[in-house]
Every structure is written in C-alpha cells, then in structure tokens.
Design a protein around this ligand. Structure first.
Ligand code: ZN
Length: 392
C-alpha cells in the first residue's frame, strides 16, 4: 500500500500538478482500501484554483462549475471550503469526490477513493484540468460579454505568467515507431508508446483519452478506464464484423472509432486514431461568438452551427462538433465520424465540444501525434489572439 501511495504522489509531481512533497496521502488498508489525499497544487494550477475559489466564496455560490465534459460526467461541480477544517472538508466530501479549500489565500485540494488510492489521484488530476479549462474559458467569455473588471485583468496576467511552455516547443516531436504495422505485437508496441507520450506531453490526463489501430479487420483499442501512459495489457482486439470483441472492457468510445475506420476503408484509409483532451483545444471549443444562440446551455449536444478551428497559414482546418460520450441519440459516435472522415490533408482531426480532440494517422501514430500537438499549439496561440482582440 505504501508503495502505491508513493507511486501516485510521484505521478502528481511528474505531471507538474504539485511540487514534489506537497501532498499527503493516507489509506485504510482494510477489506476495502479507502484513501484520502490532501495536496497543494503548484504553479498555474495553484493560481487558477485560488482565483476560482476566491470568486466562488465572494459570489456566495461556494462552488466552481466547469463546462467541460470530463467534469460534467465525472465530477459535477466542485465545492469550495473556506479555511482548512476537518468538518468543512468532511461535509464537502460527503457530496462530491473532491473539493477545493481556500486556506490563507492558498488553494488546497482534498479528494478520496473508496476502493483505491488511484481514485483520489484521478480526482485531483481531473480537478486541476477542470479548473484550468474553467478559468481560461470564463475569461474569454467575459471578454466577449465586456464584463472584465480591472481585478480580473490583473489576475489574468498573473495566471498567464505562470503558464509553462508547450512541451512540444521545448522537445519537438517524440520519436515514434514508423508503420504500417503488420503484426498485433508491433501495433500494440506502437500504441503503448504513443499513449505514454500523449500523457507525458500534457495532451491528456492519464486516466482519460483513448487510442486505436486497425490491423486488417481487427481494431486494437485501449480499454475503458485504462491509464493511457500504462497501457501494457489494457488493449482489446475487436473484430470489425462483431464476431469477437472484448466489448465490455473496450473503450466507451469504441463505436465512434469503429464507424471512423469503416468509412476510412472506403475512403482515405487511415489506420490510427489518437484521442486526447488538450487544454486549449477544449477551451477554444467552448468559445462561441453567438452569445444569443437559442441552443445555449445545450451546446455539448445540440449545437447546429458549423464551427471549426482554422489556420490558413498552414492549411489547418479542424471541425468542432457536439457529441456526448457513449452511444445515445446525441452520442459522439454519430457526430464525430462524419466530421473526421470529411477532413483531408496531412493534419486530420476533429474537436468534440468541451471534450477533446481526435486525430487520424495514415499508417502509424506519427501524423496523429503531430496533429494533436500542432492543433493544441495553434489553439493556444489563437486563444490569446482572441483575448487580445477583445481587449481582455
Ligand atoms: Zn475523451
């Protein structure tokens, strides 16, 4: 148990969410293993969480309500506790998987797991993602509405000064295995490698995202709930004709992957799909000029405005589509495949509103990964261009 706690503490530091040592983890190793985590987020995460917590306590809501899909489905809103006290934290954790504590001007995070310490880690990491997206999306929305105050502008410069550089800008592309892969072993090795780099480059939190590769009439796909940076045995082979599929454990987005490959086999023939939740791609997907749209509040499933992220200088055109996780009537299995299959050129991808980015690779994950990195890089620059243009 101690080594598990140490593993997740180290993972929080490795992903830059905390400074090494700024986390306390405790576990009760009984029949069920329940774990508790208390951490001090660092850098830009500290800044956005403290700012959102201050605002939530000032407006009396005492909760942060992010608009991204990961949070909607996984965490709901995030309660904010005023001051570090056992009673306050216990009360908040009775309602939710985690909470933000504003203590002496600093943000702390408490979360718990009922069956493993991993749950507490995943909640903490999702909360950092949610707050990051919520803060930057809200700033741009207010810039559009003309409701930015001098205080908010000052906080924004403090926060953005803490933004780390894109990993891609520092290190460039990782060296990924060249395809096409002709054996299951080779394809698995490439998937494990691409998954690990997607997490290491900050393009997804490890518990989310998914990856697949088509080998003849079989789709190899990451399992639901697997950690993208530790795929190992967590890859399922699914036959396109449905004759054999570890369907129970395959990613919840398997049906979308399958529909994409079926259309590709009659078209451009892409063999790889990579899906991450890059922050600025998600934030830009939440930004819309139609402030009086009748579908407002239903954007994640009912948006009917054709939208895209477009960079004319390098021929980048990435559609933004609505779509819920899963196979319901508003499921992204209906909206994503036609959008993705209609893309052309060397950088093929589509953003699902408030959720994440899916990219295609012709024969391996090199172009899929490059697209993921390049779209996020462009979205980050485009975000700050829009804020500046709106006087934010
Ligand atoms: Zn996703």
């Amino acid at each position: 148990m101690t080594s598990l706690l140490a593993k997740y503490a180290a993972k929080l530091a490795a992903t830059g969410l905390i400074a090494p040592g700024d986390v306390l983890m405790a576990a009760l190793d009984d029949e069920l293993i329940s774990a508790l985590l208390l951490a001090r987020p660092s850098g830009v995460y500290q800044a956005v969480m403290a700012e959102l917590a201050r605002q939530a306590l000032a407006d009396g809501s005492a909760s942060i309500t992010p608009g991204d899909c990961e949070t909607r489905t996984f965490l709901h809103d995030l309660p904010v506790v005023d001051g570090l006290s056992a009673e306050g934290v216990v009360q908040a954790l009775r309602q939710r998987k985690g909470c933000v504590i504003l203590h002496k001007g600093e943000a702390l995070v408490a979360s718990f797991g009922t069956v493993s310490p991993e749950q507490a880690y995943v909640t903490m990491s999702s909360m950092c993602f949610a707050c990051f997206v919520a803060y930057f999306a809200e700033h741009l929305r207010r810039a559009r509405l003309g409701t930015l105050t001098p205080e908010r502008r000052a906080a924004f410069s403090r926060v953005t000064a803490l933004l780390p550089l894109d990993r891609g800008e520092i290190d460039g592309m990782p060296d990924l295995l060249p395809g096409p892969f002709e054996s299951e072993d080779a394809a698995r090795e490439a998937m494990i490698q691409a998954g690990r780099h997607t997490v290491e480059y900050g393009l997804v939190d490890s518990y989310f995202g998914n990856i697949s590769y088509r080998l003849g009439d079989t789709i190899l796909i990451s399992q639901t709930g697997s950690s993208l940076d530790e795929l190992g045995p967590c890859i399922d082979p699914c036959r396109l004709d449905g004759s054999s599929c570890a369907g129970i454990t395959a990613s919840s987005e398997y049906s979308a992957h399958k529909a994409v490959y079926e259309a590709e086999m009659a078209g451009a023939g892409a063999r790889a799909i990579l899906h991450g939740h890059p922050r600025f791609s998600v934030i830009l997907s939440l930004d819309c000029e139609r402030l009086d749209c009748p579908n407002l509040g239903e954007c994640h499933r009912a948006c009917d405005t054709p939208r895209a992220v477009v960079d004319d200088s390098c021929g980048l055109s990435v559609p933004i589509v609505p779509g819920e996780v899963g196979t319901g009537p508003f499921g992204l299995c209906n909206t994503l495949p036609p959008a993705l299959n209609a893309t052309t050129g060397g950088k093929r991808g589509a953003i699902v509103y408030g959720h994440g980015l899916f990219t295609l690779g012709a024969a391996d994950f090199r172009d899929a990964f490059a697209s993921l990195m390049d779209v996020e890089h462009f979205c980050r620059a485009e975000y700050f261009r829009r804020v500046a243009e709106l006087g934010g």
